[in-house]
Design a protein around this ligand. Structure first.
Ligand SMILES: Nc1ncnc2c1ncn2[C@@H]1O[C@H](COP(=O)(O)OP(=O)(O)OP(=O)(O)O)[C@@H](O)[C@H]1O
Ligand SMILES: [Mg+2]
Length: 243
C-alpha cells in the first residue's frame, strides 16, 4: 500500500505567463498521495484548489515543477499520452455533474468506454453494473433533467468508474447538494475507497466531510499551509452500500 501514485514536487502554476498581467496561483506545491489513500483539500474560494486539481488530473500542465502520475512524467508526456492516462487512470467528479443532457444515464456512463473503444455489448453491460452499484439501477433510461441532484451525482460517479480508474478526483462533489444527499454521496466515496481500494482526492468546503478522510490538506493563497490527520470514519453508519 506504499506505492506513490501522485507525486508533485515544487509545482508552480502561472496564468498569462510572460505577460504584464502574469498571475502566479500555485507557489511550489509538494504533494505525495499513496495508492489507496483518501485525502481532502480544503481552503477558501480562490485559494487554488481547482487549479491544483486540474494539474493532478493532467487536465492542465504545471508552469514549473515535476509531476509523476502513476509512473508517467506528466511534464514530459505529449497530449495524446495525457488524454490516455486521464481516460484510463482517473475518474473525475464535478460539482455540476457535467452529464450530457440529451443522453440517458446509461449512455452517459457508456461514453468513457466508447472513447476507450470498448465493444458496445461490453460497455452496456458494464454501465448497467455501475449504475446498479451506485443505486441507480431503476433510473438507467432517464435523462439528467428527470433526475434529482443526488441521482445525477451518482450517475456521474458511475461514469467516473467506467474505465476502472485507480484514482478518483472529486471537485466539490457535494457542493450543490443538500446535506442529507451530500451524506449519501460521501458514503459512496467511503465505500469505493474501503471496498475497492480506490485512491480519492476530494475538494470540499465542508470541514466535517474533510475530517472523515485520512489526510486533510489546507490550501491558502496557493500554498499548502497545513496537513492534518482526519478522524476515523465508521463504515457501519453507511446509508448506501457498494456490493
Ligand atoms: N484559466 C485561468 N486564467 C486565469 N486565472 C485563473 C484561471 N483559472 C483560475 N484562475 C485564478 O486562480 C485563482 C484560483 O482559482 P481556483 O479556481 O483554483 O480556486 P478554488 O480554490 O478552486 O476556488 P473555489 O472554492 O471558489 O472553487 C483565482 O484567483 C482564479 O481567478
Ligand atoms: Mg474550485
Amino acid at each position: 500500500m506504499n506505492e506513490t501514485v501522485i507525486d508533485l514536487k515544487g509545482i508552480y502554476k502561472r496564468f498569462y505567463e510572460g505577460e504584464p498581467n502574469e498571475l502566479e496561483i500555485l507557489h511550489g506545491i509538494d504533494l505525495e498521495v499513496k495508492k489507496g489513500e483518501f485525502i481532502s483539500i480544503v481552503g477558501a474560494s480562490g485559494s487554488g484548489k481547482s487549479t491544483l486539481m486540474n494539474i493532478i488530473g493532467a487536465l492542465d500542465r504545471p508552469s514549473e515543477g515535476s509531476y509523476i502520475l502513476g509512473g508517467t512524467d506528466v511534464c514530459q508526456a505529449d497530449d495524446s499520452e495525457l488524454s490516455h492516462i486521464r481516460n484510463k487512470e482517473i475518474g473525475f467528479v464535478f460539482q455540476t455533474y457535467n452529464l450530457i443532457p440529451r443522453n440517458t444515464a446509461l449512455k452517459n456512463v457508456e461514453l468513457p468506454m466508447m472513447y476507450a473503444r470498448h465493444k458496445p455489448s461490453e460497455r452496456r453491460k458494464k454501465a448497467r453494473e455501475l449504475l446498479e452499484l451506485v443505486g441507480m439501477g431503476d433510473r438507467m433510461s432517464h435523462t439528467p433533467d428527470r433526475l434529482s441532484g443526488g441521482q445525477k451525482q451518482r450517475v456521474a460517479i458511475a461514469r467516473a468508474l467506467a474505465n476502472d480508474p485507480s484514482i478518483i478526483l472529486a471537485d466539490e462533489p457535494t457542493g450543490a447538494l443538500d446535506s442529507k444527499t451530500g451524506r449519501l454521496i460521501m458514503d459512496l466515496f467511503h465505500d469505493l475507497h474501503e471496498k475497492k481500494g480506490i485512491t480519492i482526492v476530494l475538494i470540499t468546503h465542508s470541514p466535517e466531510l474533510a475530517n472523515e478522510t485520512e489526510r486533510v490538506l489546507t490550501l491558502m493563497d496557493g500554498n499548502i499551509i497545513s496537513e492534518a490527520r482526519g478522524a476515523t470514519y465508521d463504515l457501519r453508519q453507511h446509508t448506501v452500500g457498494v456490493q
